[in-house]
Design a protein around this ligand. Structure first.
Ligand code: BES
Ligand code: ZN
Length: 828
């Protein structure tokens, strides 16, 4: 227990929409457990107007000092105090446009520019709105009031309990929150509209700016379904009287789980049946489920410190898939989990510069960096592995015990292992610590000899020069032969008797590891791939590992392509999607090589076989994943200038101009093809469509396509356009992400970043996670000189909070460079 801790915050804010500032007044009830003459709390970018403390019936004025570097506000008293006291602070802050703290968001309605004010406090930005103990463990209750202009309304975590007219303003008072962490507090002021429904006693609303509430219908339905799903799964009721889902025009991440007032990017909450794609629909469901899962995992029970961030994010990730799969089994969400989670987790964690799930963090800059594929994807995968190991029922019961024991308080990873271990009577802690405390994951080498199968493990690394830490994992091993699955906890090399024709290690890809088969075993498996005697997930797994073995130089590129040939009759979405992504990776990686045409030819043949089965228009009762596959394959074929694809895309695009009609699932791919084969007049047309677009989803599609032209002059124009006011900061990354997959554009990105770095940093603000995505985009580079150049540049222009991402990017470039060298040798 800390020497001084908060019990209740009474907060009043009065935003000023002319000056974009706010006045704040707070009274914090605190408990001082050890006599002290100094109190330290967090504050940043605030001007403190007045500060006093009421203690034992007297009022004391402290000396105050705000250190902008440590973001600490120190109050020094002339005497020692202890026990209960009330701290009273008046302050002024900025409604900034950096998308953190208390910030403003701009939008247009009826042709006029308008603003709203909203908050984003995770991980450590509540201190930008009011002085507080801005750490997850310092839980307190909050009484919020907002004094706003007459035409504005106000939103916070709890329902409004009173609304009073004061002069020209309205004072909204909100009910007291449960005991909770500062990063979950929420405030909003602006002109909103909403639609609502009820789930049991809970009022659910979808809130938007004016003119958009009808696009919230789908989300309202999802919210109702997922809220009730989680109440049943956890067997703990959602404790607040209301749940708001709020669409914010400017938003740094995708969504934020503020208790009772979840915020979203518009593209992740608003759905327009005429223009929104299947992908958008499924993504909306997933993100809503993710944020609602946080209402238990994160809000009710919170990690003690950010090193255990995974307790929040991995659980929300894992539970989201569980919930969506339960309600929409036809979307095959556990299969899609391989693409959305497993791929990114295995990929990042195969770098030396990865980090363990449980990682020491101190500063806010450290914390921001770990919202990554380790805390989300790898964590989600190891939970799937654990659930599979102890069984669904033990898993659910263990979670219940953990949530109940720590509700309205904080917990650690150890607490979770205790609960799951005691319910399942399995060595959960021993096993899981090898996955959570160690960086990396194993590759199991499988060798057969004399009717025996020998399995051994070592760390899987893409850049293996013997210098990185090795490791040892307790692996819940599974080996399938035919209908039989053998399971074992594997710590050391083991030998299993083996008589069958084939075996597949890591059945159903439940484990977070890769497998390397000897030649004979792989050959036997290839036959099962062709005949589809093994599941789609196992077929995915074999290809996925083969690709990684190629990138890490353990098999040749030719051997990899030979492997792909066994998938010529493949028809499953996740398997094909993985192969297409991998082939597209080589397409871009090798675009400057003499033998590029050979690569293109290989891809063209493969993609055309896939497309032949799909066609342009959805078949009756086809799976929703076919729509996803169709979009991917059309975009890929467009890049290869397949004539049939280009012709048909043009005719459909022309029809869009005439009738305004175009299948939402084909919009993204068709814009891409049109751009790739278009000239400057096409560019103007597309820019016009961007300017006229009615939804952000449509804008993002068009913006990305502006990065898909071949003419470098046009691409440079897009890069410049990206930094104009016409592109929201939140979308700045989109065209860059596309540009690096464009063989004509990829070389333009690094010079552009270098030239505009200052501007980019000031636009985002130091510590913005979007900055890391910009740095990460150059990991497509593939020569050693570029790696040096990037390293030198960022050494000179260092920004705190980018260290990890930079190291990972440099490592990926070295891996690419080595790969290109070895492929060149194969082709020479
Ligand atoms: N808690 C996060 C939001 C967040 C991210 C806050 C980074 C501070 C820094 C939220 O629950 C989340 O995970 N959002 C995701 C969407 C999710 C479905 C992957 C996001 O914003 O990308
Ligand atoms: Zn989350």
């Amino acid at each position: 227990m800390k020497a001084v801790f908060p019990i209740n915050y009474n907060l009043e804010f009065e935003p000023d929409f002319k000056k974009f500032t706010f006045i704040g007044k707070e009274k914090i009830s605190i408990m001082i457990s050890k006599p002290t003459n100094k109190i330290v709390l967090h504050a940043a970018e605030l001007e403190i107007k007045q500060c006093k403390i009421f203690w034992n019936g007297i009022e004391i004025k402290p000396k105050i000092r705000l250190d902008e570097k440590t973001e600490e506000l120190t109050l020094a008293f002339s005497r020692r105090i202890s026990g209960k006291a009330v701290l009273s602070i008046d302050f002024i802050g900025q409604l900034n446009d950096k998308l953190v703290g208390f910030y403003r968001s701009k939008y247009k309605y009826k042709g006029k520019e308008r603003h709203l004010a909203t908050t984003q406090f995770e991980a450590a930005d509540a201190r930008r709105a009011f002085p507080c103990w801005d750490e997850p463990e310092a839980k307190a209750t909050f009484d919020v009031s907002l004094l706003v202009d007459r035409h504005h309304t106000a939103i916070s975590n709890m329902p409004i309990i009173s609304k009073k007219i004061e002069d020209q303003k309205i004072l909204y008072k909100f009910d007291t929150t449960p005991v909770m962490s500062t990063y979950l507090l929420y405030l909003a002021v602006g002109e909103f509209e909403s639609i609502s429904t009820k789930s049991g006693k809970t009022l659910i609303r979808v809130i938007t700016t004016h003119g958009k509430k009808q696009q919230g219908k789908l989300s309202l339905e999802f919210t109702k379904q997922f809220l009730s799903y989680f109440e049943k799964y956890f067997k703990i009721a959602y404790p607040l009287p209301k749940l708001d889902m709020i669409a914010i025009p400017d938003f740094a991440s995708g969504a934020m789980e503020n208790w009772g007032a979840i915020t979203f990017r518009e593209t992740i909450l608003l759905y327009d049946p005429k223009t929104s794609s299947t992908e958008t629909k499924q993504h909306i469901a997933e993100v809503i489920a993710h944020e609602i899962a946080h209402q238990w995992f994160g809000n009710l029970v919170t990690m003690k410190w950010w090193n255990d961030l995974w307790l929040n994010e991995s659980f929300a990730t894992f539970m989201a898939t569980k919930a969506v799969d339960a309600l929409y089994p036809e979307w095959d969400f556990w299969d899609q989990f391989l693409i959305s989670e497993m791929t990114g987790g295995l990929s990042l964690d195969s770098l030396k510069s990865s980090h363990p799930i449980d990682v020491p963090v101190k500063s806010p800059a450290d914390v921001r960096q770990i919202f990554d594929e380790i805390s989300y994807n790898k964590g989600g995968c190891v939970l799937m592995m654990l659930e599979n190991f102890i069984g669904d029922d033990n898993f659910r019961k263990g979670l219940y015990g953990y949530l109940k024991k720590h509700e309205y308080a904080n917990a650690t990873t150890e607490d979770l292992w205790n609960s799951l271990g005691s319910i399942s009577k399995q060595p959960v802690r021993q096993m899981m610590n090898t996955w959570v405390r160690q960086v990396g994951y194993p590759v199991i080498e499988a060798k057969t000899k004399d009717s025996k199968l020998r399995l051994s493990q070592s760390r899987f690394l893409l850049e293996n020069n013997g210098k990185a830490k090795q490791g040892n994992w307790i692996i819940p091993l599974s080996v399938r032969t035919g209908d039989k699955v053998t399971t074992k906890l594997m710590k050391r090399p083991i030998t299993i008797p083996y008589k069958e024709d084939w075996f597949k290690v890591n059945d159903g890809q439940k484990g977070f590891y890769r497998v390397k088969y000897d030649k004979d075993s792989l050959y036997a498996l290839a036959k099962q791939v062709e005949e589809k005697t093994i599941s789609n997930v196992d077929r995915w797994s074999i290809h996925h590992d083969l690709f990684a073995l190629c990138i890490s130089n353990q098999i040749s590129f030719r051997e990899y392509l030979d492997g792909v040939r066994h998938y010529e009759d493949e028809d499953d979405y996740v398997v094909l999607s993985d192969i297409i992504s991998s082939l597209n990776f080589f397409y871009i990686l090798l675009s400057k090589e003499e033998f590029w045409d050979e690569i293109k030819k290989f891809n063209l043949d493969f993609f055309n076989k896939v497309f032949a089965k799909l066609g342009w228009d959805p078949a009756n009762e086809e799976k929703s994943t076919s729509a996803l596959l169709r979009a991917q394959v059309i975009s890929s074929l467009g890049r290869l200038e397949d004539q049939d694809i280009v012709t048909e895309a043009r005719s459909r695009f022309a029809n869009l101009s005439k009738t305004g009609k175009l299948n939402p699932d084909l919009r993204g791919p068709i814009y891409s093809v049109i751009a790739w084969t278009g000239d400057s007049s096409t560019y103007q047309k597309m820019l016009g469509l961007y300017r006229k677009a009615q939804t952000q989803e449509e804008m993002v599609r068009l913006l990305s396509s502006l990065a898909n032209f071949q003419d470098r002059k046009l691409l440079s124009k897009t890069l410049s356009f990206t930094l104009t006011k016409e592109v929201r900061t939140q979308n700045l990354f989109q065209p860059i992400a596309r540009m690096v997959t464009n063989p004509q554009g990829k070389e333009l990105v690094l010079p552009w970043i270098k030239q505009n770095w200052k501007g980019i940093v000031s636009r985002f603000g130091v510590g913005n996670p979007l900055l890391n995505r910009i740095i990460g985009s150059v990991s497509i580079e593939s020569d050693f000189a570029k790696e040096k150049e990037i390293k030198n540049f960022f050494a000179k222009h260092h920004v705190p909070g980018t260290e990890m991402k930079l190291a990972q990017t440099l490592e990926r470039i070295r891996i690419n460079a080595r790969l290109v060298q070895s492929i060149r040798k194969e082709f020479s």
